[in-house]
Design a protein around this ligand. Structure first.
Ligand code: HAM
Length: 421
């Protein structure tokens, strides 16, 4: 027997109703970002594995455990991108864009991480991201946060999320903090959860992210990162917070927020929700002032965010009752095959003269069956043409979602009736 084929674990089909939600989210980002004059960049899905080893850090989960890496035919090591920031920075270096243009860019597309799948966590997921290169003042941090706020407001989701923000300082501050943290945690090693025990030697700052209660209790007495951050960075951070307060953008300063990639410096932020389960971050980002240099470019500050479209779609479906999904406005029926070309002419007029979505019934059959398909399509109207309509250059319009009586109107008056509704 043939076995039914399924998508690969963690990868999924986004069916039309969800897809419409994804498009709405992406279109909202696109339009808000374009209002801030961000330009689109399209980046490859496959990159050299080395880009992520260097850019994100070899000890990060995304690189050490979750990377979809493979050998090309010439045996070079490639990877499906786990995120977009490293690719974007690579492109900036390759095209020498940072200094000349101070680009503000955005991208959208699928990312791949071999994580344990669960609600809101997939191995292929969709992001919309934005990155700005060449800006070191706090106003750009504020701008990016404001962009995401505007998008979440437009989508009606701002009340469902909390903005967390933290300052993680530069690499030197973090190295000093890391040593102090390891010194503090070493005596508790056997009391930590097993993930944290592994991280103690590889990536100790990620222990701060642990959801384990016992580990969190131990962390209460640990040194705090902010005690290690330099004055300049702290002042900059205070300025960002001031701008957010002035713009009445609510935030919480979250000491435990450290983010999962090595490229981050200074301000980092994340929008979380308690309405979609354990995978609670819907959008996240921060500053990465050393990344361009690390990838071979001139020292250039950078900052950005990426939103998880799958999770925002989940939040939208959890929190809002959608108007029931419809893909068709007008369902067009030829009574018999003889009216096929007349009906095509009608379809052309509606498509050219309105934004209505027109679906033609293309199969022969009985009228009853055609009307059942019209009803199932969710359309507002069935527009029907038989022989007498064709001869008299008329159409019959039937309202499918109300009791309004069927109308027969001249073809030249049809658009007026449809537009009036
Ligand atoms: P990230 O926090 O790894 O950051 O991902 C950003 C967002 O992508 C998350 O907040 C989440 O909504 C979504 N996401 C991540 N992993 C998954 C998954 N397995 N399934 C579903 N959604 C997921 C970055 O990717 C950075 N590049 C963000 C950034 C841009 N920082 C500076 N510029």
């Amino acid at each position: 027997m043939n076995q039914r084929l399924k998508p690969v674990r963690g990868m999924r089909d986004i069916l039309p109703e969800d897809s419409a939600r994804f498009s709405l989210i992406e279109d909202t980002f696109r339009s808000v970002l374009s209002g801030y004059s961000y330009e689109e960049i399209r980046l490859p899905i496959v990159e050299s594995k080395n880009l992520f080893d260097r850019g994100l850090g070899e000890s990060t989960d995304a690189v050490s455990k979750e990377m979809y890496s493979f050998h090309d035919r010439d045996s070079s090591e490639l990877a499906l991108r786990p995120e977009g920031t490293a690719s974007c920075a690579r492109a900036i270096v390759n095209h020498s864009m940072a200094h000349e243009d101070k680009p503000r860019l955005w991208y959208a597309g699928p990312m791949f991480r071999h994580e344990r799948p669960q609600a809101g966590r997939y191995r292929q997921f969709q992001q919309v991201g934005a990155e700005a290169f060449g800006y070191s003042g706090p106003a750009i941090d504020f701008e990016l946060i404001q962009i995401v706020t505007n998008v979440l407001e437009s989508l009606g989701l701002i009340e469902s999320v909390t903005l967390l923000i933290n300052n993680i300082g530069d690499a030197t501050a973090r190295a000093r903090f890391r040593d102090a943290l390891v010194n503090y945690l070493n005596p508790y090693e056997s009391d930590l959860d097993s993930d944290s025990r592994t991280r103690l030697h590889k990536n100790p700052m990620r222990i701060l992210d642990s959801k384990n209660e016992r580990t969190q209790t131990i962390l209460e007495g640990a040194p705090k990162l902010k005690e290690f951050v330099g004055d300049h960075s702290t002042e900059r951070f205070e300025l960002i917070l001031g701008m957010l307060s002035e713009a009445q953008i609510a935030y919480e300063v979250a000491d435990q927020l450290v983010r999962g990639f090595d490229y981050y410096t200074d301000s980092v932020f994340e929008w979380v929700t308690d309405q979609i389960g354990a995978q609670d971050a819907v959008c996240a980002g921060g500053r990465y002032d050393g990344l361009i240099e690390l990838l071979g470019g001139k020292p250039t500050p950078g900052i950005g965010f990426a939103a998880g479209v799958d999770r925002i779609a989940l939040l939208k479906s959890e929190t809002q009752e959608d108007a029931s999904y419809r893909s068709t406005d007008v369902y067009l029926i030829a009574l018999s095959e003889d009216q096929r070309s007349y009906v095509s002419e009608i379809a052309k007029r509606i498509r050219q003269g309105t934004n209505l979505r027109v679906r033609e019934h293309t199969e022969p059959g009985r009228m009853g069956s055609k009307m059942r398909w019209a009803d199932k399509s969710g359309a507002t109207w069935a527009v029907i043409a038989g022989e007498s309509e064709e001869v008299e250059l008329n159409v019959s319009i039937k309202w499918l979602r109300s009791d309004r009586e069927q109308l027969r109107v001249p073809l030249v008056g049809m658009l007026e009736v449809l537009k009036a509704a």
